[in-house]
Design a protein around this ligand. Structure first.
Ligand SMILES: Cc1cc2nc3c(=O)[nH]c(=O)nc-3n(C[C@H](O)[C@H](O)[C@H](O)COP(=O)(O)OP(=O)(O)OC[C@H]3O[C@@H](n4cnc5c(N)ncnc54)[C@H](O)[C@@H]3O)c2cc1C
Length: 368
């Protein structure tokens, strides 16, 4: 069997593998292995594609903030389209969770009157919402352009993307990590990056590295026709309890999610009809939007560590790096998180804007 030697192997070509592989390929010859026929088939291709600074764990917020300038002004030649499109986030509260909304206000999320909220989203039910707040600095992300941009960058720097290349056996021998694919190809390198999303612990165990307790959780999304409403310029709308959200999709449609988090094994996640019904019910308690037909539905796995922070950096085994636990913020954190991973692999001092994320994302925090 042929053995191809690289400087680094990256397992998984979702956004995590694409970003870390591209950043790393500035100094390393990278082999990016993807099990599926296409990169981004799993969680990356199923996201809601929004950037919200206030969202997620403390380390995710640092990496989200540090990624902003990349979305707004990517390097020349990275993409021909805009990666970021302004999309404020409107958060609603009913009487019972008004206090929670008030407690969440800060310089990013500011209160607005119900009249102002209804001017933006006329479907808000008068008998439900008693308070509203808005974040103006959020935006939609063009995930496909971001993902393709990083894959293109990887290739332009001599990196190699292998599709239909599931690493089925991984071992460490004579200072090199070896990954053997189902087709019998063997890739070897002193560095291996685990960017396998929901399969992160599976890949670690295969390599003889201690698992960190990743838990994939299914999230459902559906597309509906909002009938009489012109939603193209609506903000994203969510409740303060994170139990549902909607966002405009493809100019005249709405994406709805019940914000579900159902534990799952790593798999090709499929939507459950009950979650679809729950999404519609929760949305309709707050928004007066009839749903005659669900045009499309899907589900994806958001994979969390035990403390819901990311896992970026070295493992207990030489040359084996984690890049997992992206949860519900893997797209909005990707540019900065990939940069951090590459700097750790090179043994460099992380950039100033990333240093605060170093300790809370260190995978060795799970060693105990
Ligand atoms: C409904 C929904 C809404 C979301 N909304 C947002 C949002 O608004 N903003 C945001 O930032 N994030 C959002 N997310 C989260 C975001 O999509 C994820 O955090 C991100 O896509 C994770 O990327 P990943 O590369 O880690 O995983 P994946 O995209 O799943 O990639 C992992 C890849 O590894 C491959 N793989 C696994 N094992 C092997 C192996 N042994 N050999 C080779 N390849 C292997 C898999 O085939 C897969 O392609 C959302 C997710 C969902 C489901």
């Amino acid at each position: 069997m042929d053995r191809q030697i690289f400087d680094a192997i990256v397992i998984g070509a979702g956004i995590a593998g694409a970003t870390s592989g591209a950043h790393l390929s500035a100094t390393h010859r990278v082999a990016l292995l993807e099990a599926e026929d296409s990169a981004g088939y799993h969680t990356t291709g199923r996201s809601a594609a929004i950037w919200i600074l206030s969202y997620g764990s403390a380390d995710a917020r640092i990496l989200t903030g540090a990624s902003r300038s990349f979305f707004e002004a990517p390097p020349a030649g990275f993409t021909e389209v805009s990666l970021a499109h302004a999309r404020p986030v409107l958060t609603l509260a009913s009487e019972q969770d008004r206090t929670e909304l008030e407690a969440s206000l800060d310089e990013g999320r500011v209160p607005i009157t119900l009249d102002a909220a209804r001017a933006m989203v006329p479907a808000i039910r008068a008998d439900h919402t008693v308070a509203a707040a808005i974040e103006y600095d959020s935006f939609d992300i063009d995930v496909a352009a971001l993902h393709q941009g990083f894959l293109k960058l990887l290739r332009s720097r001599g990196g190699d993307l292998s599709l239909r290349s599931q690493a089925g056996r991984i071992w460490y021998e004579a200072g090199l990590w070896h990954a053997e694919t189902a087709g019998g190809d063997i890739f070897a390198a002193p560095v291996i990056v685990n960017a396998a999303g929901a399969w992160g612990d599976v890949v670690a165990k295969m390599a003889g590295v201690r698992a960190i307790g990743l838990q994939p959780k299914r999230r459902t999304a559906l597309i509906i026709d909002p009938g009489q409403y012109d939603t193209a310029n609506w903000p994203m709308v969510a409740d303060i309890g994170h139990s549902w959200y909607v966002r405009p999709e493809a100019r005249s449609k709405l994406m709805v999610s019940p914000a579900d988090e159902t534990d799952s094994e790593p798999c090709d996640a499929q939507p459950d009809e009950l979650d679809v019904a729950i999404a519609i019910d929760r949305m309709q308690q707050a928004l007066d939007i009839p749903v005659n037909r669900v045009e499309h539905r899907w589900a994806g796995l958001r994979s969390f560590t035990r403390d819901r922070g990311l896992a970026i950096g070295a493992s207990e085994m030489p040359g084996f790096y984690w890049f997992c636990g992206q949860g519900g913020y893997g797209i909005q954190t990707a540019p900065a998180a990939g940069r951090l991973l590459a700097q750790l692999v090179r043994g460099e001092e992380p950039d100033a804007d990333l240093r605060a994320a170093l300790a809370p994302t260190n995978p060795l925090r799970f060693a105990a």
